[in-house]
Design a protein around this ligand. Structure first.
Ligand SMILES: Cc1cc2nc3c(=O)[nH]c(=O)nc-3n(C[C@H](O)[C@H](O)[C@H](O)COP(=O)(O)O)c2cc1C
Ligand SMILES: C=C(O[C@@H]1CC(C(=O)O)=C[C@@H](OP(=O)(O)O)[C@H]1O)C(=O)O
Length: 362
């Protein structure tokens, strides 16, 4: 397995949900950059499990320990390396899953590929827990982007059928994209948030789970970042976002909705304003031809409902070669979307910071 990504800023994520620890190596961060470790810890606590009704009850502090790369809060140019110790594992919940794979999780595909040598406990390297080290690297990228005048922030756009307001794709500000992230339940419209919390509670009470959509915007990305065809901004963001477990769809700007529009409705017109080219709408999500156009970059990621549910499900006993019924035990998120909001911010920040540095190296 290799869980690595990036061109100039390269990250490699290691560990399993129930191993001694999980962590990240991050290469290519310029020397001399100030990193506020207190802010990084606060960012990681937005994702950390335990304590909230929409979260798995597994309690982890998720405090990163830096082994290298930062001296007195400033990057020294050496690769950054950080670990988080796993402290609250309960591996017996996974004994039966060695034989009987959970529908919707990676148990079956990992068994086929690694032949039984894979770490099944806690979902092993496939666990959503691996998004904690992604948030270490992404939390750093968020701070580095902020130093470049770029603000990245996300909110829950939808849980099940309950929708939040949308970011104003053209006029959203740096404060506007960051505002939802300062709330315990990161939405724009708190009334919608209450209805989402109720929808999650209802699914959990029914032994079920629910999915949703996260919208993320980056304000301040300069025009001209990205490459045509395969190294475009959409490709880089999508590749990073599809690395996040449970993401099944990614769209930009009007996204799939653009298919319902006429060209006259979908095209973002240009006008001169104070001697500068100004867009009149942002259906493109800030990207044309793979290259940023200076408008906010707007991306949405669709998350499937948590696969581990307590309702009985049809599976197979791979040892005995017969059908089996499975009731998943253990501690699971009834909805992964809430804790995944900082994960989407982290993923987008990493991809955008890497693209920004690439645009300066040519
Ligand atoms: C933050 C986060 C938390 C998650 N928590 C759980 C969980 O508690 N139980 C579970 O079965 N899946 C959980 N998932 C989803 C699984 O890890 C994921 O569905 C699985 O690894 C299969 O990968 P895929 O859905 O991308 O195909 C979580 C995902 C994320 C991003
Ligand atoms: C621990 C986290 O979430 C875990 C993600 C996860 C999965 O299958 O993705 C399964 C559960 O693991 P466990 O059975 O060990 O409690 C979640 O608790 C985390 O996100 O930090």
């Amino acid at each position: 397995m290799a869980s690595s990504i990036g061109k100039i800023v390269r990250i490699s994520i290691f560990g399993q949900s129930h191993s001694a620890g999980i962590g990240v190596v991050m290469e290519g961060v310029p020397a001399g950059k100030k990193i506020d470790l207190e802010r990084l810890r606060a960012f990681l606590s937005r994702r950390a499990p335990g304590g909230m009704p929409w979260s798995t009850p597994r309690k982890e502090a998720d405090l990163p320990e830096f082994l290298g790369g930062i001296v007195d809060g400033v990057t020294c140019g050496a690769p950054l390396a950080a670990v988080i110790r796993n402290t609250n594992t309960k591996s017996e919940d996974y004994d039966e899953l060695r034989r009987i794979p959970r529908p919707g999780h990676a148990d079956y595909t990992a068994q086929v590929k690694y032949g039984g040598a894979q770490d099944v406990s806690g979902g092993g390297h496939f666990s959503g827990r691996l998004t904690a080290p992604l948030c270490i690297a992404g939390g750093i990228a968020l701070q580095l982007l902020e130093q470049e005048g770029v603000a990245v922030g996300a909110h829950i756009a939808r849980i099940g059928a309950v929708c939040d307001a949308r970011f104003d794709a053209l006029r959203v500000t740096a404060d506007g994209v960051r505002a939802p992230g300062s709330k315990a339940f990161p939405v724009i419209d708190d009334a919608a948030g209450e209805a989402m919390i109720a929808a999650i509670a209802e699914a959990r009470a029914a032994g079920d789970s629910v999915g949703g959509v996260i919208e993320c915007a980056a304000v301040g990305m300069p025009a001209g970042v990205g490459e045509p065809m395969f190294d475009g901004v959409e490709g880089a963001l999508a590749r990073m976002l599809f690395g996040v477990p449970a993401v099944k769809g990614v769209e930009f700007g009007a996204g799939f909705g653009a298919a319902d529009l006429f060209g006259s409705q979908n095209n973002d017109s240009y006008r001169m304003e104070n001697g500068r080219v100004a867009l009149q709408s942002n259906n493109a999500g800030g990207i044309l031809g793979g290259i940023t156009n200076g408008a906010p970059v707007v991306v949405r990621a669709a998350f499937k409902p948590t696969p581990s549910i307590s309702r009985p499900q049809m599976s197979v006993d791979m040892e005995r070669g017969q059908n089996a019924e499975l009731e998943v035990r253990g501690r699971h998120d009834p909805c992964v979307v809430v804790r995944a909001v900082p994960v989407v911010e982290a993923a987008c920040a990493l991809a955008l910071y890497d693209l920004l540095l690439q645009s300066r190296s040519v």
